[in-house]
Design a binder for this molecule. Structure first.
Ligand SMILES: *Cc1c(COP(=O)(O)O)cnc(C)c1O
Length: 379
């Protein structure tokens, strides 16, 4: 027997009681029971996003939330700045092009976050920009961008809306939508929210809503004004993925019980432990600004092709490889969502085992010990 252990940044593992809840008989989405459920979910989503604005739930994967925001807020020919430092960041530039926006794609080296001078220079060069898209935690490279600082710079230097892909940062990194002046924040269900894929979430600031109200919709299903109207009645404009909402309630409840700030702290601790562990067995980390959601390290020289398969086949541990230029170069281990210290020790122990099998040079036991010291608070 092998117990399957998922260490991927979406889908992420689902707590057992959440799975059981979703196995219960379905309810009708226009029934009072569902309206009450949505009321509880909506309030908890606002706490999670640190906002007083509606957090709208869409039946789509995370990408749908970006599409809804772009098609609700921007017109053809408007300028959109896209800070492109990875595979997901790249997507928002492509999407704005499909909506006939004039896209300024600012390419930042993979593994790095844009710095303040670079951003200010772009803002000065494009004073007419309608928005700036930034990825808070770029999952393809495990890179964190300091959104709080960047949002302040955007607000100080331009009228552009601050649009944040928080798909792997919501529930992992501190993200205070209202306090930090973020205009669009999106996430997806299969990441920090610990339920299966199929729901997307988006919140707009007051000034973003003013923009939405002044525009004609460019998309019917994803018109956020319709979603906001339904939200006021604790409802959705179309048939929602009812089962996923049934799972979302206990998952959010878990986060509320832990406390959102403690959820952020747990992710910081687990990522620090995992990074220490990997470095202790001679697996250098990729990038200069590590995310708390996913850790990216170079594959062992010996076993570049086999290491990930070996982990899966021999230990039931699923990590994921790199994309594009990082394919067969790095592997990504997630600690986003339903994870604790013991999970990190298990994945590190399995990684050591696989390293021995491929003949990597390291001192056995080092990774687990290094992580333990971080978790004990002595490192
Ligand atoms: C997963 C992910 C996405 C895409 O979300 P889908 O749910 O696959 O549509 C976008 N951005 C980031 C940072 C992600 O991790």
């Amino acid at each position: 027997m092998r117990k399957p252990r998922l260490f991927t940044p979406g889908p992420t593992p689902i707590p057992e009681h959440v799975m059981l809840r979703m196995a219960e008989p379905i309810i009708h989405h226009r029934h009072a029971e569902f309206v009450a459920l949505m009321g509880r979910i909506n309030a908890n989503l606002q706490t999670l996003f640190c906002t007083k604005q509606p957090v709208l739930s869409l039946t789509a994967s995370g990408t749908g939330a970006a599409e809804a925001a772009i098609s609700t807020l921007f017109q053809a020919g408007e300028k959109g700045i896209n800070i492109n430092n990875g595979k997901f960041a790249e997507r928002w530039g492509k999407m704005m092009k499909v909506y006939s926006m004039n896209v300024v794609d600012v390419s930042v080296e993979w593994g790095s976050a844009i710095n303040e001078e670079q951003l200010v220079a772009v803002l000065k060069e494009h004073p007419d920009a309608a928005c700036v898209w930034l990825v808070h935690s770029e999952t393809s490279t495990g890179t964190y961008t300091d959104i709080r600082t960047m949002a302040r710079l955007i607000r100080d230097n331009s009228n552009a809306l601050v649009c944040i892909d928080g798909i792997t940062s919501i529930g992992a990194h501190e993200c205070r939508m209202d306090e930090w002046g973020l205009d669009v924040v999106i996430t997806g269900s299969q990441k920090g929210l610990m339920i299966p894929p199929g729901l997307a979430f988006v919140a707009l600031s007051e000034r973003a809503w003013e923009r939405a109200d002044a525009h004609k919709p460019r998309n019917f299903y994803f018109d956020l004004r319709k979603a906001r109207e339904a939200w006021q009645e604790n409802s959705t404009p179309w048939t929602p993925a009812v089962t996923l909402f049934i799972g979302l309630e206990p998952a959010l409840e878990m986060m509320m019980q832990e406390g959102v700030e403690n959820v952020w702290k747990r992710h910081a601790l687990l990522s620090r432990g995992l990074r220490a562990g990997l470095q202790a067995v001679n697996l250098p980390l990729f990038g200069s600004s590590p995310s708390h959601a996913v850790t990216v390290a170079y594959l062992p020289e010996k076993g570049r092709k086999d290491f990930i398969k070996l982990l899966k086949n021999d230990f039931g541990v699923t990590v994921i490889g790199g994309q594009d230029a990082l394919k067969d170069v790095v592997f990504r281990t997630s600690h986003l969502g339903y994870y604790d210290e013991a999970d990190m020790l298990a994945v590190l122990g399995s990684i050591e085992y696989a390293l021995q099998k491929v003949g990597h040079e390291f001192e056995a036991g080092r990774s687990v010990y290094a992580a333990q010291r971080v978790f004990m608070g002595v490192e």
